[in-house]
Design a protein around this ligand. Structure first.
Ligand SMILES: O=C(O)CCC(=O)C(=O)O
Length: 372
């Protein structure tokens, strides 16, 4: 007999999302009512073509000299890592604990920062991004190259974007599985972005666990990174699943995270230059990128406030249920034992006894915690 949690994943696909790994593709922007009815209310992603053809950015941003002259006196936030994986899990080199590693962030002149992105190598990867409305602040001189909002989205959602962020990276940068408390309208201007998506109902397939926070430090003198655990220790709840493990680790990862690897495949979306992804609030997403002929991928995303409504309440309830209870109701008396087993830090976190606010922390990704 199908386990109750598997029935939930399947039912959501049968009733709403479909059984393929594709999402709806609209050939033009939706009307506000269509966007609200078919996508926002349904908490369902879609890909949209022909919505940004009129943006000056779609032509101007293919010219690196244009960027360099427009932003010649701007300072921007450059994220540096030795792997291209910031806000991601990695073994700590001395303690070998798995930790949540954040990039070294340098605020430097744009021309230097762009050079660091273009000259990235597999030991030092630069990614220009900052999820604090950076497009309208750090990149102000570019703001006329894109519309300030998507009118169909603003009308459907009843508000203007809360934050607009610019992302300039290359194929070495990867964003690990996480979710955000925003309705995300994500536009690719140059290159391509490859998203893996899972709905909030699949939360247990992500194995969210608390990991100790650590920060990369880059030494200009040696050109090497160190990774330092934060003191006092801080724990960040993060998705444990790496969907693309190396061949050596694959078998081990598949055995550790069977609900992910043996369950329904994630939705796969490539967003090409000129296209938009509507990424609904609370959806888990993992992002990789392919660059344009210069070696850059450029995107702008618009974060609109989400509604903290009944869907959010149901999600909190679902997330508070440990696996044992969902897969085998008879064992629900044994919640503490299971959640201790699943804690990856030898510092048990009792999921079943978490308060509403602790659960809420689990839902917030580090971006929310760190930037907002
Ligand atoms: O483009 C990326 O690397 C990540 C985008 C993302 O995570 C977001 O927009 O929430």
């Amino acid at each position: 007999m199908e386990e109750p949690i598997e029935s939930l994943w399947q039912e959501v696909r049968d009733l709403s999302l479909g059984s393929s790994t594709h999402i709806d593709h609209l050939s033009s922007p939706p009307t506000p009512i269509q966007f609200l009815r078919d996508y926002v209310s349904a908490n369902k992603p879609c890909l949209i073509s022909n919505a940004i053809n009129h943006w000056p950015a779609t032509t101007l941003w293919h010219s690196t000299p244009y960027f360099l002259s427009t932003l010649s006196s701007s300072s921007v936030s450059l994220h540096l890592t030795p792997t291209g994986k910031a806000d991601a899990l990695t073994p700590h080199p001395t303690t070998s604990t798995t930790c949540f590693a954040s990039a070294e962030v340098q605020r430097i002149p744009f021309p230097d920062a762009l050079t660091r992105v273009l000259e990235s190598d597999p030991n030092c990867v630069g990614y220009l991004q900052q999820q604090n409305d950076c497009f309208r602040s750090e990149y102000g001189p570019l703001s006329h190259d894109c519309d300030p909002e998507f009118t169909w989205a603003s009308e459907a959602l009843g508000c203007l974007p809360e934050a607009v962020n610019l992302w300039i990276g290359n194929d070495l940068s990867e964003t690990s599985f996480h979710k955000d408390h925003y309705e995300n309208v994500y536009a690719v201007v140059s290159g391509e972005k490859h998203f893996l998506l899972l709905p909030p109902t699949d939360v247990h397939r992500m194995y969210i666990r608390p990991y100790p926070a650590a920060n990369y430090h880059y030494s200009q003198d040696t050109g090497e990174f160190s990774l330092e655990l934060e003191e006092p220790m801080r724990y960040v709840p993060w998705c444990s699943v790496n969907p693309y493990p190396s061949p050596e680790l694959k078998e081990k990862e598949m055995a550790k995270f069977p609900l992910y690897f043996d369950g329904p495949r994630p939705f796969e979306v490539t967003v090409k230059a000129g296209e938009i992804l509507y990424l609904p609030s609370m959806w888990f997403h993992h992002v990789r990128q392919s660059p344009d002929s210069r070696g850059l991928t450029i995107a702008v995303n618009y974060w609109y406030d989400m509604r903290f409504d009944i869907k959010y309440a149901y999600f909190n309830f679902l997330q508070s249920l440990p696996h044992s209870m969902l897969c085998n109701p008879a064992s629900s008396g044994n919640l503490l034992v299971e959640s201790q087993c699943h804690s990856s830090m030898g510092n048990p976190v009792e999921e079943s006894s978490m308060t509403a606010s602790a659960n809420d922390d689990l839902l917030h990704d580090s971006n929310d915690a760190a930037e907002k």
